[in-house]
Design a protein. Sequence first.
Length: 408
Amino acid sequence: MPVLRPVLAFLLAGVLTASAAGRLVVTVTHDLTIARPAETITVPWSEVNRALPGALLQRIAVKDAKGNVLPYQVTNIAPQAKDPKREGVAYGELIFQYDFAAGEISARFTVETTDTVAPVFPAKAFARHVPERLDDFAWENDRIAHRTYGPALAAAAAPGSGKEVLVTSGLDVWCKRVRYPIVDRWYNKGHNHYHQDEGEGMDLYQVGPSRGCGGTGVWDGTRLHVGRNFASWRILANGPVRAQFELTYDTWMANGTIVSEVKRITLDAGHQLNQVESTFTVHAGPVKEITVGLGLNKNPADKGQEPVVAADTDSALGIRTQWIAQKTNGELGTAVIVAGPAFQGFTEDDRNLLVLARAASGQPLRYAVGAAWSRAGDITSSKDWTAYVTAWAQRLRAPVKVTLSTTP
């Protein structure tokens, strides 16, 4: 899991030249004794091409130390680029995953070219714009799903149209009990049909004008100033291992300061939490550094569910969690993590429990947000959720290190 885009230590053991042949060896190490399931490992495609000149993304194999072929993904950073020398100039990173057992602090992998086309790996991460549902943007992996809201939902309704109107930059949660993709299936069912659990999961979370599960605003010391629905979107990667996209929010006024936000969200297979980078730009006002409030809705349950909400914090790790027991919809955990010196403490307003973070204009603020549903079977208690989020925060602070070498 390359959490919150850490700077990985790419240590080249020997010079990888265009004449190198054979295999690229990827050695991954870390300093924790805890298990690291679904650890996402990234290697710049430029290094793959340097070790394996002319390698094609569909004609490689990634193998673990036992020779097992691992699913992989190659990101496309410049889809219109021409590549006459087959150097992969349009590609960004090779991505794959590995489950580190507790106490396993090192693992070795190989990347090699193949004579046959690689298999199509099952998609475990997916994102898309949903114009047919008033500009929703939805994303998911094999554990959890989310959506947020675009300009069509915020637009005023024509008289008599019955169109739904909601102005919010909050983030929604869709709870899954299956590993396969559900976003398209649920939208095809028709709006509101997914508010009932028919065996795959359900939308049991309320957002409204709150921050939902990890939405942002600018905190002025007493009040949270929030933006409107996202104005535009851009998908950067779309499975099978990682979904990554950007949402752009137009300027809003925050106590005399005019700000805008670009939110980059990354969701990897096998995880309950999203990695997020929010880049705020101060366009006018007395300060270039702001305090951001990252929120969890205080009242996120469906109507009539009589929720019992338990909330907790961990200042040492920058964690705020909730565990929400609903009357008939099971139990839901939500969380926000802000790691490192950006963390500024906790507060709340009338709608949200907030984690405060310091953000400089034009510089990304990195954090994690997400949720887990008891009926999915992976995390079934508040104790489980606290342990999961704590381990995630520890992994944030101790990213894996990647060393590259070649063998003939």
